[in-house]
Design a protein around this ligand. Structure first.
Ligand SMILES: Cc1cc2nc3c(=O)[nH]c(=O)nc-3n(C[C@H](O)[C@H](O)[C@H](O)COP(=O)(O)OP(=O)(O)OC[C@H]3O[C@@H](n4cnc5c(N)ncnc54)[C@H](O)[C@@H]3O)c2cc1C
Length: 285
């Protein structure tokens, strides 16, 4: 299959973007190929040119600055699950990355490919939302930065415009005293449901929390209204409140029936798992 395709291996963002401009609809960016090669093999997409972005240095870098990690788009799930800085500063992301699919997909698939494809049944995006992560997008003429929740537009749709590449993901550390957790429900390789929580709890009372849910509907989302409702309440009250917010979760997350679970089941389990995730976040020292 690959022998019939032209493969270009640019070494800079500018070259990659120029190739996208030159070949237009005939070209696709290609990182690990975990999704792309399946789509091509099943004739769900058609392309003549693959622009392999893995030779672009900038996309392979991981920089740990004072308050944030900057992760190049071409780092694989396996590399991120095992990276010391990620494990220390974003342990729930390392955990989520370690649970993606199987070792073959984790070795092949990249964080950038995962976010750019925006399959609703993904893990990393949900955790990145509680870190207030942002993405840098670039083309031949410049760069722009977007909050991750603006980047995720809809199922399989992102804010990437023609000619643009996802360059890196910036992951701020959580505020001091805040711990996180990630819980995943799965019967098959892709998750049926993913829930991330981060919380700072003082003497049993929630000072601050961040909650996100993925896989239920078109895209992973932060639950900011719910975060407001559990501020200043005890952990046990917060667990009760999140299970009672069925209407809010339904309106926000737009659950859908799919091959990985029914909408009602996913919605019910989201309430239960949000409470469990909060409890788990509270238990970290
Ligand atoms: C069997 C299987 C099980 C899976 N299970 C899980 C799971 O449990 N959890 C989970 O989260 N994910 C899962 N996935 C999805 C997997 O994580 C993604 O397929 C992978 O991360 C995609 O990365 P890639 O580098 O292979 O992307 P590619 O397949 O190379 O590209 C995917 C898409 O992103 C675009 N793209 C790639 N890089 C860039 C870039 N830098 N800028 C702009 N666009 C870009 C491509 O053009 C393409 O449209 C599974 C996939 C498979 C095949």
């Amino acid at each position: 299959m690959l022998s019939s395709l032209k493969i270009i291996q640019p070494t800079s963002v500018q070259e990659a973007s120029q190739a996208l401009a030159e070949f237009g609809d005939k070209a696709k960016l290609y990182a690990g190929g975990a999704e792309l090669l399946l789509l091509l093999r099943n004739r769900l997409i058609d392309t003549e040119v693959l622009i392999d972005v893995k030779k672009i240095d900038r996309l392979r870098r991981l920089v740990a600055n004072n308050g944030a990690l900057r992760v190049g788009a071409c780092l694989t799930h396996h590399e991120l699950a095992n990276n010391a800085a990620i494990r220390a500063r974003a342990p729930s992301l390392a955990l989520a990355e370690s649970q993606v699919a199987n070792i073959r997909v984790r070795n092949q698939g990249t964080l950038g490919g995962n976010l750019a494809f925006n399959d609703p049944h993904s893990d990393p995006g949900t955790v990145l939302l509680v870190h207030n992560a942002s993405v840098t997008i670039g083309n031949a003429t410049g760069e722009r930065r977007l909050a991750l929740d603006e980047f995720f537009v809809d199922m399989y749709a992102t804010a990437l415009q023609a000619g643009e590449l996802l360059l890196e993901v910036e992951i701020p550390s959580l505020p001091a005293g805040m711990n996180s957790s990630y819980l995943r429900l799965h019967r098959y390789q892709r998750p049926t449901l993913g829930v991330a929580a981060a919380a700072r709890i003082t003497e049993g009372i929630i000072d601050e929390s961040r909650l996100a849910v993925g896989c239920i509907g078109p895209k992973a989302q932060r639950l900011t209204d719910l975060e407001g409702k559990i501020k200043g309440v005890s952990l046990s009250d917060a667990k009760r409140i999140v299970t009672e917010e069925n209407k809010y979760l339904r309106e926000l997350l737009q659950p859908v029936d799919d091959l990985l679970g029914g909408a009602e089941y996913k919605l019910y389990m989201a309430g239960v798992m949000l409470g469990d995730a909060l409890e788990q976040a509270s238990q970290h020292i």
